[in-house]
Each structure stands twice: as structure tokens, then as C-alpha cells.
Design a protein around this ligand. Sequence first.
Ligand code: XIL
Length: 316
Amino acid sequence: GSGLNRLAQAAGKKYFGTATDNSELTDTVYTAILDNKVEFGQITPANSMKWDATEPTRGTFTFSGGDQIANLAKTNGQLLRGHNCVWYNQLPSWVSSGQFTAADLTTVIQNHCGTLVGHYKGQVYSWDVVNEPFNDDGTWRTDVFYNTLGTSYVSIALQAARAADPNAKLYINDYNIEQTGAKATAMLNLVKQLLAAGVPLDGVGFQCHFIVGEVPTSFQSVLQQFTALGLEVAITELDIRMPTPASQANLAQQQKDYQSVVQACMNVEGCAGITVWDFTDKYSWVPSTFSGQGAACPWDQNLVKKPAYNGIVAAL
Ligand code: XIL
């Protein structure tokens, strides 16, 4: 039948999914769509599994928000993507300014990733273990992890995650790696090194926070460069923003853009699935992050499907 997840699965994908957030779950018009496995076979917590939410002070873990999303996935029969273990952003100051030695920060990462991933053992299809390690020019982001441990923080986190849940697929996730260029090359080189060294890594996530009319034409070939290494790939945070208020012309272009992005995943066998970074403009992160931009999701502010929805359907 119709519906994004049903169509994606019928075409051989594992899921079509969406991000969601705890504060949205009291909106019954919203949850009627979110909970419908015909549309969404996978969910990602937009915030509640991040470091600031799960270990706000050292050694004190709070899983209430993450558990609510994990339980919802279980109730709905949806796959769950864990997001995330190690990221420079939404990182509590006890980590970012912790003045840790390399040995101490290693322990901190091992304890955080091990406890977080272990808490959700058996419930998570895939984890964004490392999020956004690179700058746009392909150099390493000089966050506390890199500054203290160099590139080794990546394997420290991946190994801790594997030990905590051997069945979860472990990903590195980033944006602006969807087109050929320095950043995609940096990611490709990193994953080659990790695989050669036997570090546990199963996939690379392509966030796909795009601008209307600017979907990279090389996206499918980039996906194939990664699957050629034996890795899974996924579209993990898709949205396509435009200046607001949205024009009819941009909404029509957005339909084409959604279709071409989803088509790239459909054309690549190792592309597991597609996740939109929430499905409605009502709860999109875009307007509060990109001034004057919005209308990035396939459902509008009123939970009504936009032309973008039909673009996705056309690709599935
Ligand atoms: C965003 C959330 O959607 C917002 O609610 C929050 O204020 C900031 O983070 N890349 C990521 C996501 O990996 O975690 C980000 O999520 C969006 C960009």
C-alpha cells in the first residue's frame, strides 16, 4: 500500500523514518502521523540521547527522555536510531572544559558511550557513534576530543559502543559530505583507515540538510564510494530549506529535490534507509537555526502534506 515506509520497504529498503522530540509527543495530530508505521518505520530522538541530556554531570546518567522515545519505537514497532555518543555540540561543560588528560578523557568517552549504548542494548538498529568530526574543508574539527586525543577518539568511541551492544550498527555521521570534495574525501580516508585497522564500523550517515535547488548532483556517486568499501550508508537527517514565506516555485522545486535525494538512496543497494529531520514544518529545527529559512519538511505547519511528500513517493 501507500505511505512512505511501506513504499520504501516494498522497494527493498529497511525503513523510511523521521526524527522526533519529546516535547512534540503531546500533540495528538502530530503523533497520529508519527506512530503510523505505514509512514514511518524508524525514529531518531532529535535531542534526548545527546550527551547534555544523558550525562549532564559526570557519572550521573538520565535516560528518561531517551527512554520515552525508545519505548515509543517499541510500542509502534519502529526501528530506533541512537543519536549520538560523541559530538562537539550539546556537550556539557564538564566535558568540553574538563581539562582532562588523554587517559582521563579516554575513560570519560568509554564510560559515556558504553553506558549510553549499553542502556539501549538490543533496542537500537543503528547508532551515530561519532557525529560531525570534520570541518567543511576536510580538516578535523578541533574540539576537546581531537585536541586531547587526536583522531584516536573515534576508535575509542566505536570500540566502546561495539562492546556495549554488539548487534547495533555503528555509524559516523556528518553533513556536507554529500558531494565530492575535500570533506567527503576526508570521511572516505577516515573510514578506510578505520576498516584497515579493524575498528568496528558499519556505516556512514549523510545528514542531507539541503537548500532548495542545491541538491548535489554527485550524491549518488558519493554514496557508492562508501558502499564500495562494504559499508552501509543512510540518509539520516534530511530536510530541504528555503526562504520563508515559501513561494509556490520553491515548493515545486523542493518536490523535485526530495525526489532526487530519495532516488539516490533507492539506486544504491547499500543505502539502508532515509530519515527526515522531523516530518513537519511545525517542529523543524531550521527556522531557529537558519535565519529567514524554513518550510524544509514534507508536511507543513498544519500537518498537511506538501508537494515534497509526492516527490518522495515518486522516488520510492
Ligand atoms: C538539532 C535539533 O534538531 C535541535 O532541536 C537542537 O536545538 C540542535 O540540534 N545535526 C545533528 C542534529 O546531528 O543533532 C541536530 O539536531 C541538527 C544538525
